[in-house]
Design a protein around this ligand. Structure first.
Ligand SMILES: C[S@@+](CC[C@H](N)C(=O)[O-])C[C@H]1O[C@@H](n2cnc3c(N)ncnc32)[C@H](O)[C@@H]1O
Length: 568
């Protein structure tokens, strides 16, 4: 029954109208979760930082970038990255839980079951929080790829439109990952999944064209001559408006010389066959090109005559493989099969069965990154699972000489990080055997961090001092400088690839002179992160003789970012 508004005061009516006006007109509406997510409880009254697990570090080729694995809830990892990598990520590839109800996704430590009335609301709340944090990380020409199946396809499509903007949608790719279909589906056997492709800003986005691989090429363009691979296509037009009467000038004979095995528009031989665009039913059609163009195609050797079983001749045009081809919205390539190139591959790398149920095909991820990245891109996957994205980045770099860097984040649900992701990346870097064959290691560097927390305190100054003492790893990650060369109580110095970073932690200024002497001895681009209580930053007058050193105050900028993400 509709409400009776006749007794309401004008002010109350205005309030109601304003509320109605401000209501969402179109889009997703769901029940916001009242209970806090587990990650929210962990970071209640605390702020996330990173702590390195040094024993897991791998360094086999210092000339290559340092790749990163962060263990923890991705909400915390993304918060940290909002300070270290805002606007610096070129490609985000994510394969979030699909919310199938098959005990594959835990929300607040409990599997979300098929019959949970709030299953979509929970999933959407969970995804929205993470997608919003990840958007800040994308560079101006950055691209996000999100894989999904039909359990959440319609919801996540609208969510992505809302977060990244419908105007920034680049497309949806359908990837066949099980060509024979899932036999356990009730009505329709699913053979594919989707990949939604959005950009930070469509005007600046670019999708690379990728070459078909050799197998595909052989199937699609099976013939070849001295020019290139090609396939044959009838020259006779096939459409409804392709009759002789529609374009009479495009109906003319082409002569095929049986002696010379050549075509001509004139009768040059006594032994020739006259070929007309007449279909097997005797209907007079027309050629696909006009007289002059056909003449040109004949002299270029682009037309051939083919004899059918019935002894009839038809004319065909060579359709040539272009060197590259625009990425299609439908990928049907056997190497994208998830069982063979995901599950089985992972088994071989780890030497054990069923380590993880749903890894992606390595090649589906390689192709996804190949179409969206440059050779020096930074690639982030914050639902990393078994680490396929890290493997794919290293393999793609190996194939094309790239220096892409990856940052992976995963929780440790069912020990996925410790028992699967790290061992996989380690074995890919050092080498493994597959079906008796030795797969050579893809030498690389990896650092492993865990999220940790700095407790908030009533005193702002106290919080500032404590977060400064705990933010070293975050600063190393922000600068990409990890090799510690000096560690003193008041400061540390790091160096990598000709760049130097110093961190000064103390409120007392006494140690600065000593630090300056150390920095003066070093060569290369230098940056100093220096503690200050002052929210406005450092007093430049205190650093006039620090030539060649750029200055960054800490920790105010970290706190400014966390203030937008956390209530503290
Ligand atoms: C569908 S799997 C990704 C699989 C991955 N693409 C691969 O090929 O191995 C999703 C992964 O995200 C992880 N995950 C789920 N919720 C997470 C969260 N809040 N923070 C971090 N990781 C999470 C799960 O542990 C799971 O391993």
């Amino acid at each position: 029954m509709s409400k009776d508004y006749s007794d309401l005061e004008k002010e109350d009516l205005i309030k109601i109208i304003e509320k109605l006006e401000s209501r969402k007109k179109y889009g997703l509406i769901w029940d916001e979760e009242k209970t806090k997510e587990k990650f929210e409880k962990e970071s209640e009254n605390a702020l996330p930082v990173l702590k390195e697990v040094k024993s897991k570090e791998i360094k086999t080729d210092p000339s290559k970038p340092t790749n990163i694995l962060i263990e923890g809830d991705n909400y915390h990892a993304l918060s940290v990255l909002n300070y270290t990598h805002q606007g610096k990520i070129d490609v985000i590839y994510i394969d979030p839980p699909y919310n199938t109800g098959n005990k594959t996704w835990k929300y607040n430590n409990q599997y979300v079951e098929k019959d949970d009335a709030y299953k979509h609301s929970k999933w959407l709340s969970f995804m929205l929080k993470r997608l919003c944090l990840s958007k800040n990380l994308l560079s101006m020409n950055g691209i996000i790829l999100l894989t999904i199946d039909d359990h959440e396809l319609f919801n996540v499509g609208i969510l992505m439109d809302e977060v990244f903007g419908e105007q920034n949608k680049l497309g949806v790719i359908c990837i066949v990952n099980k060509a024979d279909g899932r036999s356990d589906d009730e009505f329709i056997a699913t053979a594919h999944e989707y990949m939604l492709v959005y950009s930070k800003n469509k005007k600046m986005a670019k999708i690379n064209e990728i070459n078909l691989d050799a197998d595909q090429l052989g199937k699609t363009y099976p013939l070849s001559d001295e020019v290139s691979n090609y396939k044959l296509k009838p020259l006779m037009s096939q459409g409804v408006d392709s009759l002789r009467k529609d374009r009479p000038k495009m109906f003319f004979p082409i002569y095929y010389s049986l002696e010379k095995n050549s075509l001509s528009l004139k009768q040059e031989d006594s032994k020739f066959v006259e070929i007309l665009p007449v279909d097997p039913k005797g209907i007079e059609r027309r050629w696909g090109s006009g007289y002059t163009r056909v003449d040109e195609l004949i002299s270029l050797g682009e037309l051939v005559a083919k004899e059918s079983k019935e002894g009839k001749y038809t004319i065909h045009r060579k359709v040539r493989l272009k060197p590259t081809t625009k990425t299609k919205s439908f990928w049907n390539d056997p190497k994208h099969n998830a069982a063979a190139h995901g599950t089985k591959l992972l088994q071989a790398i780890l030497g054990k069965n069923r380590a993880f149920d749903y890894p992606k095909s390595l090649y589906a991820v390689i192709d996804s990154i190949a179409i969206t990245s440059k050779k020096d891109s930074v690639i982030l996957d914050f639902f990393a699972g078994s680490g396929t994205t890290g493997h794919a980045v290293m393999k793609l770099n190996d194939q094309d000489g790239g220096s892409r860097q990856y940052i992976l984040c995963t929780n440790n649900e069912n020990n996925i990080c410790l028992d699967v992701c790290i061992p996989r990346l380690t074995n890919v870097i050092s080498g493994y055997t597959m079906a008796g064959r030795t797969i050579v290691g893809l030498k690389n560097n990896l650092k492993y961090f865990k999220t940790a927390f700095v407790k908030n305190s009533i005193s702002r100054d106290d919080l500032k001092m404590r977060i400064t003492r705990e933010c070293t790893e975050m600063l190393c990650l922000r600068e990409g400088i990890f090799d510690e060369v000096k560690a003193k109580p008041d400061y540390s110095i790091f160096e990598q690839n000709g760049r130097v970073m110093a961190i000064y932690y103390s409120i007392e200024q006494d140690g600065l002179a000593d630090l300056k002497k150390e920095l003066d001895k070093m060569i290369g681009e230098k940056i100093l992160y220096c503690f200050t209580f002052d929210p406005l930053g450092l007093d430049k007058n205190d650093f006039v003789d620090w030539q060649g050193v750029s200055l960054e105050p800490i920790p105010q900028k970290i706190l400014d970012i966390y203030e937008q993400i956390y209530d503290y």
